[in-house]
Ligand binder design. Structure first.
Ligand code: NDP
Length: 254
């Protein structure tokens, strides 16, 4: 009863971007189990996630939009307002990573990472924040950052990704301060290495190089991120805004 009171999301509508697979899929299912109606935004659809949530007794639908394209995001948000009436929660999860030395990466590659990870989260937060303000919703936004926003990963070089995630952490603080008067809380999550399709594409020799650097000598599971996000989006975090929660198995502390 007490846990339901402070962590329950019944009656809330939560938008999760990039939840067709990976971390977003697992978090969407977690938020649905806590009672939220889930709306997924991705480019290629999220039928499997919708099915998983429905089979678990939850409620979900998915919409297609590229988070880097403002007109597509605006159309998706308008559709959500038509179908659900409001948005209470945004988990800004969609992101990409390119491992390349700075002197070899093209400017197009730099732009695509910054566009997706930083500008995409800005476009989504702005569109959703606007509806929260217009409707007087005291909502919660969680932006997906990364430990890469705080430290420089080795041995792979990924300057665009690291810079995008550092940007996300400070965008989060900026929006938290700007919207505090509306009762909208904005926080970020910074995971360490997590086992998902994004990390599955990484060559084995690179994963072998990461192993001794991880204090727990293993990658995290997406499920291990659910409680931190659930905290940030729930009534339990009423006094928490502008913060970055690092869930990295101790990677950044040594
Ligand atoms: P995945 O590659 O498994 O999933 C990313 C999702 O983002 C995809 O479903 C993709 O769907 C969606 N996406 C990508 N670009 C866009 C776009 N322009 N518009 C809409 N959706 C988009 O990644 P992870 O689950 O591993 O990562 C999720 C988030 O977590 C990312 O922000 C990542 O940076 C962050 N993170 C991941 C870590 C890890 O170790 N895995 C560690 C720390 C942070 P579609 O192609 O259908 O659009």
């Amino acid at each position: 009863m007490y846990l339901e009171e402070i962590f329950g999301l019944s009656g809330k509508t939560a938008v999760v971007t990039g939840a067709g697979r990976g971390i977003g899929q697992v978090i969407a299912l977690g938020l649905a189990k806590a009672g939220a109606e889930i709306v997924i935004i991705s480019r290629s659809g999220a039928e499997e996630t919708v099915r998983m949530i429905t089979e678990a007794g939850g409620s979900a639908y998915d919409l297609r939009a590229d988070v880097t394209k403002e007109e597509e995001v605006d159309a998706a948000v308008a559709e959500i307002l038509k179908r659900s009436g409001k948005i209470d929660i945004l988990f800004n999860n969609a992101g990409i990573c390119i491992h390349k030395d700075t002197l070899e990466a093209s400017i197009e590659e730099w732009r695509s990472v910054i566009d997706t990870n930083l500008t995409g989260e800005y476009i989504m937060a702005r569109a959703v924040g606007r509806t929260m303000i217009e409707k007087g919703i005291r909502g919660s936004i969680v932006n997906m950052a990364s430990m890469s926003g705080t430290i420089v990963n080795i041995p792979q070089w990924q300057a665009s990704y690291n810079a995008s995630k550092a940007g996300v952490i400070h965008l989060t603080k900026s929006l938290a301060a700007e919207w505090i008067g509306y009762g909208i809380r904005v926080n970020s999550l910074s995971p360490g290495y997590i086992a998902t399709p994004m990390s599955a594409d990484v060559p084995q020799d690179l994963k072998d190089a990461w192993e001794p650097l991880m204090p727990m000598h293993r990658m995290g599971e997406p499920e291990e991120l659910i409680p931190a996000i659930l905290y940030m989006v729930s009534p339990a975090a009423g006094y928490t805004t502008g913060t970055d929660i690092i869930v990295d198995g101790g990677y950044t502390c040594i």
